[in-house]
Design a protein around this ligand. Structure first.
Ligand SMILES: Cc1cc2nc3c(=O)[nH]c(=O)nc-3n(C[C@H](O)[C@H](O)[C@H](O)COP(=O)(O)OP(=O)(O)OC[C@H]3O[C@@H](n4cnc5c(N)ncnc54)[C@H](O)[C@@H]3O)c2cc1C
Length: 312
C-alpha cells in the first residue's frame, strides 16, 4: 500500500492542473493515470480557444501540461483505478488500482468521460470500422469519402469542419431544429461548401455486411424515413454528442445527477469530506479545457485547505 496526502485520479487537463497546483502548495501528492497524459486532448486536433495559445494541437498541449507538472516535481503512476473507498473513522481513502493500492487523506477525482453513443442500430456492430468517436484518430481513413457527423454542439461542429480536410463531403445530422454551437463555429460550418447540415434528423440504423452499406435516417418531426446506400467502406459515421462521466468508482461516495455527473459546490467539494471532483466528470455547464484546468486548480486549493485543517 502506497501512502500520500493527496491522490489525484486522472491526468487529463483537470488532473494535470490539480497536480500543478498541489505541487505549488507543497502537498505530498500522487497522480494516477490509466491511459495517456492529457486525456481527451489526445482526441483533439487543433485547439484555438485556450487563452494565450492561438493555435496548438491537443497532443502538444497535453505534452506541455504534463512536462509543466513534472517540472514542478509532480509524481505520476500508470495504473487503472478499480474502486475508491472511504474510512470515515480514520479519515482515509483507499484507492484500489489494478497494479497497486494507494492510501490518502484527500482525493481528487478527475476521470473525465467517454464518448456518449448515439444509440442507432448497428452502432456497436460497426464501431471501429465505420463508426468512430474521434476525428483526429480516424479522419485520415476517410480521405475522399463521405462522413456523417452526429451532433449539433461545439464539438460536432468543430469536428465536422476538421473532417472536411479529408472527406469529399460531410453531412451533419442534428436531431433538433438548430445547432447549439458558438456562433463563430456555426458560421464556419454554414460557410463550408463541403458541409451539408440536416436539421431535425437522426440516424435510425447503419446496415451492411463487413462495412456499412446503407444508412437509414428519420425526420424527427414527421417520422418519415429515408435510406441512403453506398459502396461498402465508402462512408462512415462520426458521433459527437457528449460524454458519459467516468464516475462509477466513487458513486457510493458522491451525489450524482441523472447523467451520472458528480455534484460539487464551487470549491469542488463532494458529499464526502476530503473528496473533490474536477473537470468533465462533474456537473457543469461547459466542458472545455479551460474549465477543466480551472476546476483542477480549485480542487487542489480546496484539498490543500482540507489537509491543513484535518487532524492527522
Ligand atoms: C473530439 C474532441 C474535441 C475537443 N475539442 C476541444 C477544444 O477545441 N477546446 C476545448 O477547450 N475543449 C475541447 N474538448 C473538450 C476537452 O478535451 C475536455 O473538456 C477536457 O479534456 C476535459 O478534461 P478532464 O481532465 O476533465 O477529462 P479527460 O480529458 O477526459 O481526462 C480524464 C483522464 O482520466 C483518466 N481516467 C479515467 N478513468 C480512470 C481510472 N479509473 N483510473 C485512472 N485514470 C482514469 C483518463 O484516462 C483520462 O486521461 C474536446 C473534446 C473532444 C472529445
Amino acid at each position: 500500500m502506497r501512502s500520500s496526502d493527496l491522490v489525484i485520479v486522472g491526468a487529463g487537463p483537470a488532473g494535470l492542473a490539480a497536480s500543478i497546483y498541489a505541487d505549488r502548495a507543497a502537498i505530498d501528492c500522487l497522480t494516477i493515470e490509466q491511459g495517456t497524459f492529457g486525456g481527451q486532448l489526445g482526441l483533439t486536433d487543433l485547439i484555438d480557444n485556450y487563452p494565450g495559445v492561438e493555435e496548438v494541437t491537443g497532443y502538444e498541449l497535453a505534452e506541455k501540461m504534463h512536462a509543466h507538472a513534472e517540472h514542478l516535481g509532480a509524481r505520476f503512476e500508470l495504473d487503472g483505478v478499480e474502486s475508491i473507498s472511504w474510512d470515515a473513522e480514520r479519515r482515509r481513502f483507499t484507492t484500489l488500482g489494478y497494479a497497486e493500492s494507494y492510501e490518502s487523506k484527500a482525493l481528487i477525482i478527475a476521470t473525465g468521460g467517454t464518448p456518449r453513443p448515439a444509440g442507432f442500430a448497428g452502432e456497436d456492430t460497426f464501431r471501429g470500422h465505420g463508426v468512430s468517436y474521434c476525428a483526429t484518430c480516424d479522419g485520415m481513413f476517410y480521405k475522399d469519402k463521405l462522413c456523417y457527423v452526429v451532433g449539433g454542439g461545439n464539438t460536432a461542429c468543430e469536428e465536422a469542419e476538421f473532417l472536411t480536410r479529408f472527406a469529399s463531403k460531410v453531412i451533419l445530422v442534428v436531431r433538433k431544429d438548430h445547432l447549439r454551437a458558438q456562433p463563430t463555429l456555426i458560421a464556419k460550418v454554414m460557410e463550408n461548401p463541403k458541409i451539408e447540415v440536416r436539421l431535425t434528423t437522426r440516424i435510425l440504423s447503419l446496415e451492411g455486411a463487413m462495412m456499412p452499406e446503407r444508412i437509414v435516417l428519420e425526420d424527427t418531426v414527421t417520422g418519415e424515413t429515408t435510406e441512403e446506400a453506398y459502396e461498402p467502406g465508402s462512408f462512415g459515421v462520426f458521433v459527437f454528442i457528449g460524454n458519459i462521466p467516468a464516475s462509477e468508482i466513487v458513486r457510493t461516495l458522491v451525489d450524482v445527477n441523472e447523467f451520472g455527473e458528480i455534484r460539487t459546490n464551487e470549491a469542488m467539494e463532494t458529499a464526502t469530506p476530503g473528496l473533490f471532483a474536477a473537470g468533465d466528470v462533474r456537473e457543469k455547464p461547459l466542458r472545455q479545457i479551460v474549465t477543466a484546468v480551472a476546476d483542477g486548480a480549485i480542487a487542489a486549493t480546496s484539498a490543500a485547505l482540507y489537509l491543513g485543517a484535518i487532524v492527522i
